[in-house]
Design a binder for this molecule. Structure first.
Ligand code: NAI
Ligand code: MG
Length: 361
């Protein structure tokens, strides 16, 4: 009884929804519907706020800024952030439109970008072997190749010079490697570090040195250069368990892990501050897909699984542990029944898939 009273008194977790651009809007709308249904079925409440920041109409009305200057302060009080996708190349260059996302990841120390990729019954893959795949890429998310360090001089002239520097700190590398080691211990006990130390003798060699200094007892450790790793993702993806990579390498590898396991549209992502000092950010791996935006055919499953991970992350705030699992199970069942969008081998649209998953919760 006392526990019940405490639960009733606790405030509902506050979630900021940032649909963004293109199919980011389509899959966020679908996720809001799904979460409303999950709340009624599993008896919990979320306080949701939707922000209309985007790279077209919002930016046009705000001097070209795709999100407010004080976005970090606005979002800080929330328990979690859910992002659809940002980017609309017809309106603005991608390096401007992606800026708010990178700002959140860095300002909130969301250093572990966790991106699972697995095969599903009912979803065809391009792989001949058909072996089941179940891997998770942990992408360093706060520094590396995506810090804004560099510059351009003599712009537009034949003498133009562009410098773009990657920054790898021992602290940053160590914390994401520790996260990967723990994840491997909780999964199948295998960690692959991806570098390119044969060509990048400072930054990438330091990654390998830092790993060598850490306690990896109880797990099998493997180091691969990123080019070889790309080949192995295609040749034998079933051999991977936990993969840790720098910001750029992890970004590239997770489009590939999505594609080899069925479709990029199925893949979730969590940008975590494991210390919980800042809000974490949940988003599908895919982008705004202008080629299919507004057509009602975007696969919402990557967004649904990101929402499931968000609910599990919010367990300390009172979300029932079963709610995220129920979404996962409903997704698996509907994929197995071929209730999926075209990219995943089905014939349904975004809203039919949403209804099919909701029926199974
Ligand atoms: P993309 O991921 O948007 O699309 C790549 C291909 O996959 C397209 O053919 C698209 O139709 C397909 N696809 C992606 N998600 C799908 C889904 N849910 N269902 C069915 N098909 C799906 O990558 P692209 O085309 O390189 O980038 C488009 C825009 O998105 C750019 O502005 C880019 O900067 C931005 N972007 C944003 C990201 C984010 O917000 N986290 C991540 C990646 C790209
Ligand atoms: Mg990417």
């Amino acid at each position: 009884m006392r526990r019940l009273l405490q639960t009733a008194a606790a405030r509902a977790p506050r979630i900021a929804f940032y649909p963004g651009d293109g199919i980011g809007v389509d899959v966020t709308d679908a996720t809001l519907r799904l979460l409303e249904h999950a709340q009624s079925q599993h008896n919990f409440a979320l306080e949701t706020t939707v922000f209309d920041w985007n790279s077209s109409s919002y930016a046009d009305a705000n001097g070209g800024r795709c999100a407010p200057d004080d976005m970090i302060e606005i979002l800080r009080p929330f328990d979690a952030i859910f992002l659809g996708a940002v980017g609309w190349p017809a309106a603005r260059p991608d390096h401007e439109t992606l800026e708010p996302l990178i700002r959140m990841r860095q300002a909130y120390s969301q250093f572990a970008c966790v991106r699972p990729a697995r095969t599903y019954d009912g979803v065809p893959t391009p792989l001949a072997s058909g072996a089941p795949v179940d891997m998770v890429v942990v992408r360093e998310n706060s520094e590396g190749e995506y810090v804004h360090v560099g510059g351009r001089v003599a712009r537009g002239t034949p003498d133009e010079v562009a410098v773009q520097t990657a920054v790898h700190t021992r602290r940053g590398v160590e914390r994401v490697l520790r996260y990967g080691i723990e994840a491997a211990r909780e999964r199948r006990g295998k960690l692959t570090l991806v570098t390119k130390s044969n060509a990048q003798r400072y930054g990438m060699a330091m990654w390998e040195d830092v790993l060598a200094d850490l306690d990896c007892s109880g797990i099998e450790v493997d180091v691969q250069h990123v080019d070889a790793c790309c080949m192995n993702f295609v040749r034998r993806p079933e051999s991977f368990d936990v993969v840790v990579a720098s910001n750029l390498f992890g970004d590239i590898l997770t489009d590939l892990s999505g594609a080899v396991t069925g479709s990029l549209g199925l893949n979730p992502s969590a940008n975590l501050d494991p210390t919980r000092a800042n809000p974490s950010l949940f988003e599908p791996v895919h982008g705004s897909a202008p080629d299919i935006a507004g057509k009602g055919v975007a696969n919402p499953v990557g967004a649904f699984l990101s929402a499931a991970t968000m609910l599990e992350w919010l367990a300390p705030s009172g979300v029932p542990p079963a709610a995220g699992g129920a979404i996962r199970r409903a997704v698996e069942e509907s994929l197995a029944a071929r209730e999926s969008t075209a990219d995943a081998g089905g014939t349904l649209g975004t809203s039919e898939v949403t209804e099919a998953v909701m029926r199974r919760i």
